[in-house]
Structures are given as structure tokens and as C-alpha cells.
Ligand binder design. Structure first.
Ligand code: ASP
Ligand code: MG
Length: 436
């Protein structure tokens, strides 16, 4: 089969879908692919997931507020739908029904866990956006078929961070696709999935990239393209570092390192399913589709510029034995098993004679972890910190970055420097970085 006729997976993020014109733009962008087999994976519109998180939080305090917040989200979708579709279009009913399911859930008594409710409510964002995109392509004479991804991606019951059950998932995806011939393009949801007994789950915030990779892996796709509002992968977040440089090529390994340290351009779980099948990943600009963007593949890439990744909302924990003893391997193993039980990740760690320092994300699960740790250890905590990672660092660059900053922990290997730091209130270092 020629490269052209092999299946490609395209993922559109929320930023490429936040108003009516964005839908028109996507239709124009996709038109040249009309004869080709595509799977389109979409996120929720704009900041919908954040808005739905507000609904979830409200539900546990004041269901009436939750209902009102949900109406705001619904209204925003209806306004965009009114701009895109005729009054008689069936999409309006589909949206109504999608939101009705969330409204019913808000009426139920609050006996389910937070994480369970979260997944049921937040999924509405992707269900609604994908219905709108599929229908919009269809009325513009583009071949699109809406598919509920919850029939395809099977997970365990870890709500909000569900683990994919690969054998079942691969079987369901292959079964479904072996019974249809593409085009039509399949328009489906990112981020959401379901358990084998049909409970909706989600794959973690920004998880739509991962959904695209799961589908591509199962289908042995020729490639995945993530369409974004940036020109590709840059060597720093351009919102923080105006001088950020686009990177043309990256190895899977480098991309994995970057996303692991917190570069938000790609969801960290995205790389493995693609690397395992050697499926190239492109990150391209939604507004500038003529630009090649970044190609991420198996090929090693040398001479990369320094890559700067800032992860905010970090907490530094220093864990000490209570009786002035050394921090033993047995103590460390106890500490790590508590971290794993509480599903807390260490972003950096450092050990001294009497303490283990751990940098972790500020999270609703942190308090429970602290309580558990304090049963056996003394724990000191420093909050509101940043974790700054610089791959391929140079000393002059670190000097620029660390001026006036209080560094709590610093670690360097040959390729990577990491600092847990507290910046001054008017921190300008990122704004001012010059890479050349
Ligand atoms: N809509 C979800 C989020 O905002 C998933 C995604 O965008 O990838 O986290
Ligand atoms: Mg998003």
C-alpha cells in the first residue's frame, strides 16, 4: 500500500476548536485528505474541561450551583452550534441529549466517589465536541462518521487516570475497523474511555494525545499528527519564553524525556505506543498547515538546542527518620510504597544521611500521603515551588535562569540540569532568555 493510502490519525486539541470559525478552518484543512483513510480524535472545545471540573466540584457542595455551571457550558456549545448549523439540524438534539445525561447525574444523590463522578461529567466535553465536528464535516460534504470511543478503548476502574487494558482494546479496535472501509473518516473522542462493564473513565488531563496513540498503535497507522496552536514542539513553552525555537526533528527518546519533565506539548503516555510500533508522530500548526512542524521518530537527533521545561505547583517534602538514624534502604522502600499507594509521582529526589527529599506535584491526594508518611517519619514541606529542567544545558544559560532565584535542590547529569526553586515575585528570567 502506498504511504498516502495508509491510515493516519489526526488529533485536534481544544485550542483548535474553540469557536465557530475554528470548525470552518478544520474543514478546510481536512479537505485535501478527502480520499484518504483518517481517524480524527478530538478534545473538548477550548477550556471546556476546566469548566466541567468546576461543575464536578460544585456538585459535592451545592448541586444547584453545579447545575447552573453546567448550563453555562451547554450554552457555549449551543451558541457555537447555532453559528454552524441550521435550526433544523439533528446536531442540536444530539447535543441536548448529551448534556441531559450530565443533568440527570447531577440530580442523583451524592453517594459515588469524586473520581467516578468526575469522569462521568467531564466526558460530556469530548462527546459534544466530536458530535459537532462530525456533523459539521458531513454537512460540508466531507466523509465523516461519529464513533463513541468508549466502545473501543477499554480500561480498568482507576477513574481520572484509567489504565488501558491493551489486549481487549486492540481486539475491539481491530474488530470495528475490519468491518468498515475508510473513508468515511472516523471522528471520535480523545481523553475518554470505558471499563469492560461500561463505566466511563478518563485517561488523565490532556489525555487526548494518548488516545490518538492508542488508536494508531492498534491500527498500525502510518502516522499520527497532533494539530496545535504552536508551530510544533519548541525548546520551551512560547507562552513563557518568547524566544523559544521550534525543533524540526526529535527522537522518541528525547520527546519522552521532555514530556516526562513536564513539557505540556505532548501527553507523556503518548510516545510509548507509537515507539513500540515505530509510528512517526508529527506536531503541526493548526493555523499554518503548510509548515512541516516537528517530526518525532526513532531516528536519533544530535545538536539539539537547550530545552527548558518549567513545572509549577511543586511541593518539596523532606522525610526524616524520627530517631536521628540514617535513612536506610528499608525506610526508602517504605516511603516509595506509600507514594505508589497514594498515586503520587516523584519528579525529583535527593538523599542525604538523614533525609530523603522528594519533589512532587501539588495534588488533592497529597494530604493523605502526608498523613501516612507522618505515622513513621518526620516530614517537612515547602510549597509553591517550581521545578525547572534544562536538557542540553550550558552554564551561561543556567546562570541567566537562576539569577535572583532561591534554589532548594539542584541536580545535574551530563545532559540534564534540574532545580527545585522559588522565583522572586517579579521573575523575568524566562522572558529574557536568549538561546543564541
Ligand atoms: N479535554 C481534556 C483536557 O483538557 C483532554 C485533552 O484536551 O487532551 O484535559
Ligand atoms: Mg486540551
Amino acid at each position: 500500500m502506498s504511504q498516502e493510502s495508509r491510515l493516519q490519525v489526526f488529533k485536534f486539541g481544544g485550542a483548535s476548536l474553540h469557536h465557530a470559525d475554528a470548525f470552518r478552518h478544520i474543514a478546510a484543512l481536512l479537505r485535501p485528505y478527502a480520499g484518504q483513510p483518517l481517524v480524527l480524535v478530538v478534545s473538548a472545545l477550548g477550556k471546556t474541561t476546566n469548566a466541567l471540573e468546576v461543575v464536578v466540584n460544585a456538585y459535592f457542595h451545592d448541586p444547584e450551583v453545579a447545575f447552573l455551571e453546567l448550563q453555562k457550558v451547554k450554552k457555549l456549545h449551543q451558541q457555537i452550534a447555532a453559528a454552524l448549523f441550521a435550526d433544523s439540524d439533528p446536531v442540536h438534539d444530539r447535543l441536548h441529549n448529551t448534556f441531559a445525561e450530565a443533568e440527570w447525574l447531577l440530580e442523583e444523590s451524592r453517594k459515588e466517589s469524586y473520581d467516578y463522578v468526575y469522569d462521568q461529567l467531564v466526558a460530556v466535553g469530548e462527546l459534544a465536541s466530536s458530535q459537532m465536528l462530525a456533523r459539521f464535516l458531513e454537512i460540508n460534504h466531507l466523509p465523516a462518521l461519529w464513533k463513541d470511543v468508549r466502545d473501543l478503548i477499554v480500561t480498568d476502574h482507576t477513574f481520572r487516570e484509567a489504565n488501558v487494558l491493551w489486549p481487549q482494546t486492540i481486539e475491539r479496535i481491530r474488530n470495528y475497523f475490519s468491518n468498515i472501509s475508510l473513508p468515511p473518516w472516523i471522528v471520535t473522542q480523545g481523553f475518554i474511555a470505558a471499563t469492560a462493564d461500561n463505566c466511563t473513565t478518563t485517561l488523565g488531563r490532556e489525555g487526548s494525545d494518548y488516545s490518538a496513540a492508542i488508536l494508531a498503535h492498534a491500527l498500525d497507522a502510518a502516522g499520527v499528527t497532533i494539530w496545535k496552536d504552536v508551530p510544533g514542539v519548541m525548546n520551551a513553552d512560547p507562552k513563557l519564553v518568547p524566544q523559544a525555537i521550534p525543533i524540526e526533528r526529535l527522537s522518541f527518546h528525547e520527546a519522552l524525556e521532555m514530556s516526562y519533565y513536564g513539557a505540556s506539548v505532548i501527553h507523556p503516555k503518548t510516545i510509548k505506543p507509537l515507539q513500540n510500533k515505530n509510528i512517526p508522530l508529527r506536531v503541526r500548526s493548526f493555523t499554518d498547515p503548510a509548515h512541516a512542524g516537528t517530526l518525532i521518530s526513532e531516528t536519533a537527533v544530535h545538536a539539539l538546542p537547550p530545552v527548558v521545561v518549567l513545572k509549577k505547583n511543586q511541593v518539596l517534602l523532606s522525610v526524616y527518620p524520627r530517631d536521628f538514624s540514617f535513612i536506610t534502604e528499608a525506610a526508602m522502600s517504605q516511603i516509595f510504597s506509600l507514594l505508589s499507594q497514594h498515586r503520587m509521582r516523584t519528579n525529583l529526589m535527593q538523599q542525604s544521611a538523614m533525609s530523603l527529599s522528594l519533589c512532587t506535584d501539588e495534588s488533592p491526594r497529597l494530604e493523605a500521603l502526608l498523613q501516612a508518611l507522618r505515622q513513621s517519619f518526620a516530614v517537612r514541606e515547602n510549597r509553591h515551588l517550581h521545578l525547572l529542567t534544562v536538557r542540553h544545558y550550558t552554564e551561561p544559560l543556567l546562570e541567566q535562569l537562576l539569577k535572583d532565584v532561591t534554589v532548594f535542590v539542584e541536580q545535574k547529569s551530563r545532559h540534564t540540569a534540574q532545580m527545585v526553586l522559588q522565583p522572586p515575585s517579579d521573575w523575568q528570567a524566562l522572558n529574557r532568555i536568549r538561546f543564541q
